[in-house]
Design a protein around this ligand. Structure first.
Ligand SMILES: Cc1cc2nc3c(=O)[nH]c(=O)nc-3n(C[C@H](O)[C@H](O)[C@H](O)COP(=O)(O)OP(=O)(O)OC[C@H]3O[C@@H](n4cnc5c(N)ncnc54)[C@H](O)[C@@H]3O)c2cc1C
Length: 276
C-alpha cells in the first residue's frame, strides 16, 4: 500500500523526504496526470505546513511561501511591482484552480506554458530550496532547466520564492495569448517589469513564455528599452531581432511561425500598455 503523509512542520516533511515521496501541494498538476489509474506512489502532502504559506515583506524585498495559492496572491496587498504576477494569477485556470494551485507547484511542474514563470523572471525572482542538510537559493532562470525539468535534488523542497525590492519605482504587466479568452493554455505569454524615474525607463526586464522549452528573458530588448520615455511609442521599440533567444515549436496550439509573429505583437501591446 502506498503511504500518504500530511505533516504540519517543515522539519517533518524534510525528514520524510529521505525516502522518495512524491510531493503534493494543490494537486492541480499532480492529479490530472494520474487520471484513470490508482496512485501507486508514496505521497507527501505539504499543504498543512503553515510556514510554507503566505506573503511577507523582508529587508530585501518579499517572500512568497511555496504553497501560497494563486487566489491568495490575487488578494494580497502588494505594490504595483506585482501587478503583472497578479494578472498572470487571474489567468491560471478558473477560480477553483486558483484556490488550490500554488506558486511553487507551477514552477516545479516546469511546463513551458506555466503562466507564473515569465512574470517571476521579470521580477528577477529566486527560488529557495531546503533539504534536511540545509538550504540554497537559485535564480529562477537556473531553477527551471528544461521542459518539465528543474534543479530540485532528491530530498529537496521548494520552500519560498523571493522577489527583490527594485532600486526605483517599478511597475509590471503580463499579457497572454490563447486560442480563446479564458481557461486556456498559452500560445504566447509575455511579462515585463519596468523601473522608472522621471518618466523614463531606468531598467527593464522582459520575459516570454510558451515560445521555448523554458520561458526566456530578452536581453537585447531590455537594453533597447533602457532610457526610453514611458509613452505610447514604447511598443514600437520591439524588433524581430530582439526575439532571438526564443525557440518556438509547432504544436496543436500554433505553428512556430505563428508563435514568433504573435510574440512580437503581444510584446508590443504589453509595452504600449505601460503608457500613462
Ligand atoms: C483545469 C486546469 C487548468 C489549468 N490552467 C492553468 C493555466 O491557465 N496556467 C498555468 O500556468 N497552469 C494551469 N494549470 C496547472 C496548475 O494549476 C498550476 O501549474 C498550479 O500552479 C500547480 O500548483 P499545485 O500546487 O496544484 O501543484 P501540484 O499539482 O501539487 O504539484 C505540481 C508538481 O510540483 C511538485 N511540487 C509542488 N510543490 C512543490 C514544492 N514546494 N517543492 C517541490 N516540489 C513541489 C509536485 O511534486 C508536482 O510534480 C491548470 C490545471 C488545471 C487542472
Amino acid at each position: 500500500m502506498p503511504e500518504y503523509l500530511r505533516p504540519h512542520r517543515l522539519e517533518e516533511a524534510l525528514g520524510a523526504l529521505q525516502h522518495p515521496f512524491t510531493v503534493l501541494a494543490g494537486g492541480t498538476d499532480f492529479y490530472p496526470t494520474r487520471v484513470g489509474r490508482s496512485i501507486d506512489e508514496d505521497v507527501l502532502d505539504i499543504s498543512a505546513i503553515a510556514g510554507l504559506r503566505g506573503i511577507a515583506a523582508t529587508a530585501a524585498g518579499w517572500r512568497l511561501g511555496a504553497t501560497t495559492t494563486w487566489a491568495e496572491l490575487i488578494a494580497a496587498d502588494l505594490p504595483p511591482l506585482f501587478d503583472g504576477l497578479k494578472q498572470a494569477a487571474r489567468e491560471v485556470g478558473g477560480r477553483q484552480i486558483q484556490n488550490a494551485g500554488t506558486i511553487a507547484g507551477n514552477l516545479c511542474n516546469a511546463s513551458p506554458a506555466a503562466d507564473g514563470v515569465p512574470p517571476l523572471l521579470a521580477l528577477d525572482a529566486a527560488v529557495e530550496l531546503a533539504s534536511r542538510t540545509g538550504s540554497r537559493t537559485l535564480p529562477l532562470s537556473a531553477f527551471i532547466t528544461g521542459n518539465r525539468r528543474t534543479s530540485l535534488m532528491p530530498g529537496e523542497l521548494v520552500v519560498a520564492i523571493h522577489v527583490p525590492q527594485p532600486a526605483h519605482d517599478a511597475r509590471s504587466a503580463f499579457l497572454k495569448l490563447g486560442a480563446r479568452r479564458y481557461l486556456v493554455i498559452s500560445i504566447v505569454m509575455t511579462a515585463a517589469t519596468l523601473e522608472i524615474a522621471g518618466g523614463r525607463i531606468v531598467s527593464a526586464r522582459v520575459a516570454v513564455g510558451a515560445c521555448s522549452a523554458v520561458a526566456q528573458r530578452l536581453p537585447a530588448l531590455e537594453a533597447a528599452l533602457a532610457g526610453a520615455a514611458l509613452d505610447a511609442s514604447l511598443g514600437g521599440r520591439v524588433e524581430a531581432d530582439h526575439l532571438a533567444p526564443l525557440r518556438p515549436i509547432d504544436d496543436v496550439r500554433g505553428s512556430a511561425d505563428y508563435r514568433s509573429d504573435a510574440a512580437l505583437t503581444v510584446l508590443r501591446r504589453l509595452l504600449q500598455g505601460f503608457a500613462p
